[in-house]
Design a protein around this ligand. Structure first.
Ligand SMILES: Cc1cc2nc3c(=O)[nH]c(=O)nc-3n(C[C@H](O)[C@H](O)[C@H](O)COP(=O)(O)O)c2cc1C
Length: 174
């Protein structure tokens, strides 16, 4: 069994690309958070807006992986209206995370800070590391920008030794 789980939501593919790249580099299991009612097209965008601004939690499709089976859970979201996306909000609300967590997000330009703060609040835990990428950096820089984030996650995947030094959170912003 792998030790790290990556869960993410993606509407237009950026977060999925980052999630897959992370999964490959971390040798992690990966699962997409999918909503029952897809938010495609213009109407879907309006629904995203309503759900984000009202902090609603849409129904999710069943998932195969259980976060409790992993040492580290990495959660990825697109930024929606300067906050976490509503599907990831739903997922975090319905899973009591008792393991180490790390967060990443993709965005057009701004909102990562509030998204990560909301995710930490919903998870009831501070992340060991965060990674924020803007869309134009996802393709060319996804490998390059991942370095510090991956380093922090590798460190936190080691078994918690009694005398292990405490690691300061590593945060990478676009
Ligand atoms: C409903 C909605 C709201 C968004 N709000 C923001 C925002 O507040 N700030 C921002 O920088 N980008 C915003 N974006 C852009 C997305 O965060 C960005 O394109 C992201 O990479 C999309 O991820 P995805 O391709 O995995 O769905 C928004 C996109 C959508 C669909």
């Amino acid at each position: 069994m792998k030790k790290t789980l990556i869960v993410y939501h993606s509407r237009s593919g950026h977060t999925r690309r980052v999630a897959r790249a992370l999964a490959q580099r971390l040798d992690a299991d990966i699962e997409e958070i999918r909503i029952v009612q897809p938010l495609d097209g213009w109407l879907g965008y309006m629904m995203c807006a309503i759900e984000s601004l009202a902090e609603l939690t849409p129904a999710l499709r069943p998932m195969r992986r259980r976060p409790a089976d992993y040492d580290l859970v990495v959660v990825g979201t697109p930024v929606w209206f300067w906050n976490v996306s509503s599907p990831v909000r739903s997922w975090l609300e319905t899973h009591a995370l008792k393991r180490r967590v790390a967060f990443f997000c993709t965005m057009g330009g701004s909102g990562a800070g509030r998204a990560f703060a909301s995710m930490a609040e919903l998870a009831g835990r501070e992340p060991v590391a965060t990674l924020a990428l803007i869309d134009r950096d996802v393709e060319p820089k996804v490998g390059e920008r991942m370095g510090a984030f991956l380093g922090a996650l590798h460190a936190h995947r080691r078994p918690a030794a009694r005398h292990a030094p405490r690691h300061a959170p590593a945060h990478a912003a676009a």
